[in-house]
Design a protein around this ligand. Structure first.
Ligand code: HEC
Length: 489
């Protein structure tokens, strides 16, 4: 994977930073979308435009730059009304582990009575008293709080930052507890876990987000070695209308600390993680046949949840959406077959001229067939495109090169961006067989459209659940997403 990571990621970064700027929509087509240099394996040089037109020239870094500030210093409670205020107005940045670039935590009483980092002659509370009224450098930075909030904070600070006497308002800090789950466990599972979007380092604090972005939430696998995933249920959280997908990955080459959040994230993954499960609007909760469970993690037990949210530009939301994962863990209940999800379809094959209707993009999965594997069982297909996607076909081409077995009925799976359902596709393939996937688009815009992570660009993925684990994988150029189980091109 490392062989292409550098260039592939570079391209994706350019693609993402374009997303962070307020580009007019008509830059979508740009010039010559088809002519770009592609991030192929082994290709030298840089500076290609990846067939993603209108993207050149953007520089800058995405993700959290800068280092984190002072973490929380104690556990003493603030008065409950003050706790409520700072939770809402301050802690999305000044959490137990502050966001990158934020000087300190504002969780416990100790954090408020400590010396200010910028001015050790003053307490943090005294500096905060000034900053919340400062018209040029207000806190929160997004603008002054309303008069009631200001009055409450002023009177608490002016009164000497007295401790609260209700322990239930003490800061809830889970330094390393990670995800927890206290609900019911279905009879077919041994345990369940809830993974939710949260602020950096604080599993209890929703993440403040704006516009269209990706957030990546890293965690250490909370389940034992060898556990299989058998149920994945979307937890829509407080703002379900802005959720565009969640994807859970096993980050087998990653090393990010438990609880770390990358926001805005990239949508590309330099560590080539393996997709475990996913959801987009309209998709069902995922369960599996009785004899199949999903592989949940690799040797290093590092995991990540990626959320793509898609809100109106400039509007802020707190996201706490996530996924409930139920597992089988006991030896006698482990299922005989362990599956993974492969990415079929194409990325760089997506070139849709302005105005083109029923325009195809095709990719063929030609698996490598690991030593000893003579059958790959295909269980489900989950088509994913963006706004212009209309239909998808996936057809097995048998080793004789002429026998074609469609995995869909009729002339393909109709596609609806707002209802991305999956289909049972109970097929077995053998060495020499390939799977050809074609996406069809109606481009009713005046722009040439190519692949991209934002919804105004397109995708063509059939997420196929198959076993043995990681068998349905090709050697070709890797995915822009960095996925380890790509079977594209
Ligand atoms: C969106 C993120 C964000 C939110 C929300 C936020 N802050 Fe900040 N805060 C920052 C950043 C970034 C800095 C460092 C840059 C600066 O000082 O302007 C900072 C600095 C400060 C400082 C200066 C510390 C020092 O020692 O100089 C204080 C005090 C402060 N914040 C208080 C607050 C309070 C009180 C709230 C809530 C009422 C709040 N902040 C909400 C991001 C945030």
């Amino acid at each position: 994977m490392a062989r292409i990571a550098g260039l592939g990621v570079g391209v994706a970064l350019v693609l993402w930073t374009a997303a962070c700027t307020t580009q007019p929509v008509d830059s979508r087509g740009g010039t010559g979308g088809a002519g770009g240099t592609l991030p192929m394996a082994g290709q030298g040089g840089v500076g290609g435009t990846a067939g993603v037109a209108g993207m050149g020239g953007m520089a800058g870094t995405a993700g959290t730059g800068g280092s984190s500030g002072r973490g929380t210093l104690g556990a003493s409670a603030l008065p409950c009304d003050v706790t409520d205020l700072v939770k809402l107005r301050c802690q999305s940045c000044h959490g137990a582990s502050p966001l990158a670039g934020v000087p300190m935590s504002l969780m416990s009483l100790e954090d408020w009575t400590a010396k200010s980092i910028s001015n050790p002659a003053m307490t943090v509370a005294a500096v905060a008293r000034l900053r919340v009224h400062d018209m040029t450098l207000p806190m929160p930075p997004t603008g002054q709080m309303d008069a009631a909030d200001l009055a409450l904070l002023d009177s608490w600070i002016d009164g000497g930052t007295i401790a609260g006497n209700d322990p239930s308002c003490a800061p809830m800090i889970e330094t390393d507890a990670g995800p927890t789950y206290e609900g019911d466990i279905p009879p077919f599972a041994d345990d369940c876990y809830e993974i939710r979007a949260h602020a950096n380092g604080n599993w209890d604090m929703p993440l403040a987000v704006t516009g269209e972005n990706y957030g990546t939430f890293y965690f250490d696998a909370p389940w034992p070695d060898g556990a299989q995933g058998v149920w994945f249920e979307t937890l829509p959280g407080s703002n379900p209308e802005i959720l565009h997908h969640w994807l859970i990955y096993a980050d087998q080459n990653g090393n990010s600390p438990d609880g770390q959040v990358d926001y805005p994230g990239l949508g590309s993954h330099p560590t080539a993680p393996t997709l475990v499960a996913g959801w987009a609007p309209g998709a069902d909760n995922n369960d599996f046949p009785d004899d199949v469970g999903l592989q949940l993690h690799g040797a290093n037990r590092k995991m990540m949840m990626e959320i793509h949210f898609f809100g109106p530009a400039g509007q802020s939301y707190m996201i706490d959406a996530g996924v409930k994962i139920c597992t089988v863990e006991k030896a006698e209940r482990l299922r005989p077959n362990t599956a993974t999800i492969s990415w079929l379809g194409t990325e760089l094959g997506i070139q849709i001229p302005a105005g083109a209707m029923n325009h195809p993009a095709t990719g063929t999965c030609n698996p490598v067939w690991p030593q000893g594997v003579t059958e790959i069982h295909i269980l489900r297909s989950w088509p994913h495109m963006h706004l212009l996607g209309k239909k998808m076909t996936s057809t097995i081409i048998r080793a004789d090169g002429v026998t074609r077995v469609p995995m869909h009925s009729g002339d393909g799976w109709p596609f609806d961006f707002n209802s991305e359902i999956s289909h049972e596709t109970d097929f077995v393939i053998h060495p020499g067989d390939k799977i050809e996937t074609t996406c069809y688009y109606d481009n009713d815009t005046p722009f040439h459209v190519a692949v991209g992570f934002e919804n105004r660009y397109e995708m063509c993925f059939n997420f196929v659940t198959a076993y043995p684990a990681s068998a349905l994988v090709s050697t070709g150029p890797s995915s822009l997403t960095g996925s380890a189980t790509g079977c594209l091109f």
